[in-house]
Design a protein around this ligand. Structure first.
Ligand code: PDD
Length: 280
């Protein structure tokens, strides 16, 4: 692990219980995938982290190069395999617990690497379809910030797990699709690929960003960022969820009802293959 300037085994990493990350979930995090030492979306991931830190008023101004140097060393010390890199900056440790931002406190900077599956290929027979629950999105109104305060997401994720599924897809009060508890969402209908537009209801996912760029450049299928109703999701031919460590996950049932034919769709295979070919 990396903690505040040093590398150490996990068993030696120590953070004070007075850290605001622990007491308030007062911090920003990132997860960046790396395959055999090659990072996916490094620049947009760090851009997003810097935007998040600025938005919540944590003054921590490492450049992209400083992040990259630390991450490369962390990956090397973890064997440079297929790894997710978790980055976390909290507001820091204070002597007392108070809601106001403390003055003169140094942010806590923490990172570790964890094993992830080899990159999905999208080749025939490779799909790992998932089934999901649906739920009303009860999180807060700043979901574009990648905050370490994830209780809303955790509770929604557990809803799906308790129902026997792998994820939960969320819908706002107007019954419009927002995202999954830990991923972004796409639908395909009549060969048109759609995903909700960026606003404060969803995280601006880097997998979403890269996939949109790749599809617009390398596929002839139309791609739209637009409001998507729950009725459209339930009537879609294909539904996919995207995240850094899983890339494109095909959803074959929502609340036990099949999506389209109930099998992984042909466009998922095309899109995941394109993503595999062009993500670096
Ligand atoms: N989750 N939306 C939410 C709420 C997320 O937590 C995530 C990622 C995404 C996808 O973002 P990206 O493509 O940048 O990974 C969307 C991470 C992986 C996590 O919390 O572990």
């Amino acid at each position: 692990m990396y903690l505040n300037g040093s590398f150490m085994p996990a068993s030696e990493a120590r953070i004070s219980p007075m850290d605001r990350g622990f007491l308030f979930g007062d911090g920003i995090y990132e997860v960046i995938p790396s395959y055999q030492g090659k990072l996916v979306g490094f620049t947009p991931h760090i851009d997003r982290m810097q935007r998040g830190l600025a938005e919540i008023g944590i003054q921590f101004d490492w450049s992209h190069t400083q992040w990259l140097d630390m991450i490369k060393e962390l990956l090397m010390r973890n064997g440079n395999g297929d790894l997710g890199v978790y980055l976390h900056v909290s507001r820091g440790t204070d002597s007392k617990r108070g809601h106001a931002f403390p003055v003169g406190v140094t942010p806590t900077v923490f990172a570790f690497a964890f094993t992830i599956n080899p990159p999905p290929t999208g080749l025939p027979g490779s799909a790992k379809p998932i089934q999901v629950a649906s739920a009303s999105d009860l999180r807060w109104k700043r979901c574009h910030i990648k905050s370490t305060a994830l209780l809303g997401n955790v509770l929604h994720h557990q809803q799906g797990v308790d129902a026997g599924y792998q994820e939960t897809m969320l819908f706002n009060e107007q019954d419009e699709l927002t995202e999954g508890s830990s991923c972004n969402a796409f639908i395909v209908k009549d060969s048109v690929i759609s995903t909700p537009p960026l606003d404060q209801q969803i995280l601006p996912g880097i997998t979403r960003l890269l996939l949109l760029q790749i599809l617009r450049k390398h596929s002839t299928l139309p791609v739209q960022e637009r409001v998507i109703s729950k009725a459209e999701v339930l009537a879609a031919d294909e539904v996919w969820l995207t995240s850094s460590s899983k890339e494109l996950m095909p959803v074959i049932a929502i609340d036990g009802q099949p999506v389209g034919s109930g099998e992984v769709g042909a466009i998922w295979y095309q899109a995941q293959q394109l993503f595999a070919a062009h993500k670096f």
